[in-house]
Design a protein around this ligand. Structure first.
Ligand code: ATP
Length: 315
């Protein structure tokens, strides 16, 4: 028998006055996965997150969280580690005071809390600062303390709203390591993020939303298949070229400048034929092969997603 997913979202809608913030969304998250919520500003990620933690409720559809042999209509408080978009710690208090406060609030024994606080402060290289007031830390370091505060009670499910925002690349990498460690401990992580390079490294599966709807859903390999592109070639010619002289289907070709084109390939099967066709355009000077990264896939998928107006007119 297949194990029940830890989270199941089924045909969920959420409206605010005229706006449909979440529009018939369905997906599930398996236990122990790192699952990313992606999408442009206003795509509906925060509206979804608010429903997942029970701050608001779907207008229709269901959210089911399967935990401790029970099911809940939102992630129960005791099992949730939450990093909200608006961070909330006590800036006058020290790191340890802040963290101890949150751990005790979540019912963690004082001794155990101390061990976990020391462990994570060490991991984030903040142990030396443990007795400093939070406000004396840089924004990035405060963010790390906030992340630690979300996991001190060792929750089953961690939900992080934009954990990379405001962090420099070095600290972003530290958050990647932090999340990988949570995964190693069997914790399920759901995060919203705009940093595609981080998501690409981390996420087992992802949901790309736009206008409240699903645009892509699955692992990186699966979404590449969904969008029908796995690689691209960039070809530079000795002289300017004219795409109109090409016999082949040019729908996947883009003229980057007068003598350079990019071609998207859904698989490498027809590479020989394609290359022969492309030599019709002129003498090749340089060929470069690239795999499309998540950032490019994201842009492409959002550009292809029909607007509300197009959907209304059945496009
Ligand atoms: N409380 C609210 N009242 C009215 N409209 C809202 C409310 N919350 C969200 N919306 C609208 O719902 C849509 C989705 O917003 P949401 O904040 O969920 O998007 P998001 O993907 O989290 O965006 P961002 O990446 O900018 O945080 C937007 O059009 C937004 O204006």
């Amino acid at each position: 028998m297949q194990e029940k997913p830890i989270l199941n979202v089924c045909n969920v809608f959420k409206h605010y006055q005229q706006v449909t913030a979440v529009d018939n969304l369905s997906f599930s998250v398996k236990e122990g996965e790192i699952f990313a919520l992606l999408g442009p500003n206003g795509a509906g990620k925060s509206s979804l997150v608010r429903m997942l933690i029970g701050f608001t409720h779907p207008d229709s559809g269901t959210i089911t969280v399967n935990l401790d042999a029970r099911s809940y209509s939102a992630i129960p408080h005791h099992a949730l580690g939450y990093l909200p978009e608006d961070r909330g710690l006590y800036s006058e208090k020290t790191l340890t005071q802040n963290l101890m406060y949150f751990a005790r609030l979540r019912g963690v024994d004082k001794q155990i809390a101390k061990q976990r606080i020391d462990f994570w402060l060490n991991e984030f290289e903040l142990i030396e600062r443990q007795h400093d007031p939070l406000k004396s830390l840089s924004k990035g370091n405060q963010q790390k303390v906030q992340l630690i505060s979300a996991v001190l009670h060792e929750p089953k499910l961690v939900l992080l709203d934009e954990p990379f925002s405001g962090l420099d690349p070095i600290n972003q990498e530290k958050v990647v390591t932090f999340l990988a460690k949570l995964k190693q401990r069997g914790i399920t992580v759901i995060l919203s993020a705009h940093q595609m390079a981080m998501v690409e490294k981390l996420a087992d599966r992802m949901l790309l939303m736009n206008q409240g709807q699903t645009v892509l859903l699955g692992s990186l390999a699966e979404i590449k298949q969904q969008i029908g592109v796995s690689a691209e070639l960039v070809l530079r010619y000795e002289t300017d070229i004219n795409l109109n002289t090409l016999d082949a289907d040019s729908s996947r070709l883009t003229l980057l400048n007068n003598n350079t084109i990019r071609i998207e390939l859904s698989d490498a099967k027809h590479l020989n034929t394609k290359l022969i066709e492309l030599t019709q355009l002129g003498t090749l000077q340089h060929i470069e092969s690239k795999t499309m990264d998540l950032h490019q896939l994201y842009l492409k998928a959002i550009a292809q997603h029909p607007t509300q107006e197009q959907r209304q007119h059945g496009a």
